[in-house]
Ligand binder design. Structure first.
Ligand code: G4P
Length: 583
């Protein structure tokens, strides 16, 4: 029972979703909607948990914290993933967070006790003081691991900011890079978190070089770690020109299961307390400043620089600093571009964009859940909105927040919030819902696929039905469909970002269309765009095949990057272009 209560507390309760101040501009201003982009194992689940731990202690009266509370969050999440085989669980986590005053550092150290802050907040609330409303943080999950798919990318069309989480020892890894490119292409500002600083890893400057050299993002640490990776003592807060403004020393708690207490010292006190480790941090900070690597709000919002925080999600070191950075630096929800090249402002009438659709995988349970991100206006459950793609009304009686096994009914939502809509059979990713003045948002781009397979109906007699089903799944964005004359209409090729999409197609073909299919993997791994002039010659090359995608785009598929590089070099008169998110 305790486990359930905890999961519920994190789900959607509290000041977050329901009881807003009612003032739209205030609701927008206090929201931060972000995703964590990372490679499996970098610590995304651990960080999510740590963020929830901080937020809960701060906001939930009588919240159970400590070991048991912490464990239940993780297990709920993972059990669900195991049971369903995909990460259906964790679409969006909403919580409130109150940015406290920073304590004034002193020579003998000023304690900063989160529990005390939570207590003070509770006391203020109990005294009836209509305090400043806290921030509302929406963390939208990016499915990873085996379920890395189009959805992982599409989530990034629903957020305003991203936290790039990297392992201190491993640095930038492939999945992080892929997600980074999508963020960059969409102009999503990035806060970098170097995780696992409690374990041996690279030096801070090595990591910073790797980020600027490999992806051209200029890292601008907000803090320098005091103590090398593996000996994490605390953080130097960087001030003007890299001068330290204070030292935040963390104290380890048993197993990192509770919030790590912080003590704030003056730089002088830090020097005598930490000696060499402090001096090194100061030197590193000044060196970065000499190279211009200081935080600049404009450059960060433009996606050119990235504030960096060194943390240990496991020990809860630096987690509070991540939340503060989100509140202080990350942008609130903004206007969104429409197909008419205008913008829907956040304070306009209600509108939302669908970024993910989940079809019930088992036949008995055919509910279709569509996730929308509110773009403008106030959403009230039960309102009848218009589906821009069909012009038809859509009733929103069944609106949910979904986290873990928890599905809580949403009554009200504001720009930046994520709402799940039940029985949303007509909705596909990229679709627009609105009320009042008509609006349609730009479609979500098709991302560069890396997995390819031929799809065939087992029985030839079902061809017409098969064709219809294929077209529907393609229209929904489950997979991209490629065709060419050689293979013919009966053998379309599915293309996807993640191979799990092929299983989704197989299951849905059976469950919804009663068609048994055969999937035959193809040995291609890279897709490039081409044009009709180049297509014929490209198609004659060994190890290359050219297709027309259902949106009319010409795609050339290559076995591997060496084959691609060879052909690009030998036949440099041909058009071979990276696809979206591939640049
Ligand atoms: P993911 O969601 O990004 O895949 O990563 P996850 O949080 O599951 O973390 C992957 C592993 O890294 C886990 O260890 C986790 O405990 C560990 N980890 C995460 N953050 C930190 C950190 O700040 N410091 C250290 N030292 N380890 C961290 P595991 O061995 O796979 O699981 P478990 O034995 O902890 O259950």
């Amino acid at each position: 029972a305790e486990d359930k209560a905890n999961a519920g507390a994190i789900g959607a309760e509290g000041e977050g979703s329901g009881e807003g101040s009612g003032d739209l501009a205030t609701e927008v201003a206090r929201r931060r909607t972000f995703a964590v982009i990372s490679h499996p194992d970098a610590g995304k689940s651990t960080l999510t948990e740590a963020l929830a731990l901080h937020a809960r202690v701060i906001n939930e009266a009588g919240a159970v914290h400590g070991k048991s509370g912490r464990k239940s969050t993780v297990s709920d999440w993972m059990e669900m993933e195991k049971a369903r085989g995909i990460s259906v669980s964790s679409t969006a986590l909403q919580f409130t967070y109150r940015r406290g005053e920073d304590p004034v550092p002193s020579a003998s150290g000023t304690e900063f006790d989160e529990d005390a802050r939570a207590e003070a907040n509770r006391a203020a609330a109990a005294a009836g003081a209509k305090a400043e409303p806290p921030n509302v943080i929406n963390l939208v999950d990016t499915p990873g691991h085996a379920d890395f798919s189009e959805d992982t990318y599409r989530v990034l069309t629903a957020v305003d900011a991203a936290v790039m989480l990297i392992d201190a020892a491993k640095g930038l890894e492939p999945q992080t890079l892929k997600l980074f490119r999508v963020c960059k292409q969409r102009g999503i500002p990035i806060i970098t978190v170097v995780n696992k600083w409690d374990r041996p890893g690279q030096s801070p400057l090595e990591l910073m070089d790797e980020i600027s050299d490999e992806i051209g993002l200029v890292p601008t640490p907000l803090y320098m770690p005091v103590g090398i990776a593996g000996d994490y003592r605390g953080l130097l807060r960087r001030g003007e020109d890299g001068e330290p403004s204070e030292y935040i020393k963390f104290t380890r708690t048993a197993g990192g299961s509770t919030i790590a207490p912080e003590t704030h010292y003056t730089p002088d006190a830090a020097a005598s307390l930490e000696g060499e480790a402090w001096t090194t941090a100061v030197e590193e900070s000044e060196l970065l400043s000499a190279m211009g690597q200081d935080h600049d709000s404009e450059l960060y919002l433009a996606g050119e620089t990235s504030p960096v925080i060194f943390a240990s999600a496991m020990l809860n070191f630096g987690v509070h600093q991540i939340l503060d950075a989100l509140v202080d630096l990350a942008p609130p929800p903004r206007a969104r571009e429409t197909v008419a090249e205008t913008e829907r402002d956040v304070t306009d009438e209600f509108s939302a964009v669908i970024f993910k659709v989940q079809a019930g995988m088992d036949a008995a349970h055919r509910d279709r859940l569509a996730f929308m991100r509110v773009v403008s206006g106030e959403f009230d459950r039960g309102m009848v909105v218009t589906h821009a793609q069909t012009g038809k009304p859509f009733a929103t009686k069944y609106a949910l927040t979904v986290f873990g096994r928890d599905r809580t009914t949403v009554e009200t939502a504001y720009p930046g919030d994520v709402v799940g809509l039940v029985n949303a059979t007509a909705l596909a990713p990229g679709d627009t819902l609105y009320s009042g003045k008509k609006v349609q948002f730009k479609p979500i781009p098709q991302f560069a696929p890396e997995h390819f397979a031929v799809l065939r109906a087992k029985s030839l007699g079902q061809y017409k039905q098969f064709r219809k089903a294929v077209d529907q799944l393609a229209a929904e964005g489950v997979v991209q469909i490629l065709r060419n004359d050689l293979r013919g209409e009966a053998n379309p090729v599915m293309a996807a970002v993640g191979p799990m999409q092929f299983e989704v197609v197989t299951a849905r073909m059976m469950a919804e269309f009663k068609i048994e299919v055969v999937v035959e993997n193809l040995p291609y791994t890279i897709a490039r765009g081409t044009d009709s002039e180049s297509a014929a010659e490209l198609g004659r090359q060994r190890g290359v095949e050219v297709f027309t995608r259902s949106d009319g785009e010409l795609l050339a598929l290559f076995g591997d990057k060496w084959r691609l590089a060879y052909i690009e070099k030998e036949l440099d008169h041909l058009t071979i272009e990276p696809l979206v998110a591939d640049a």
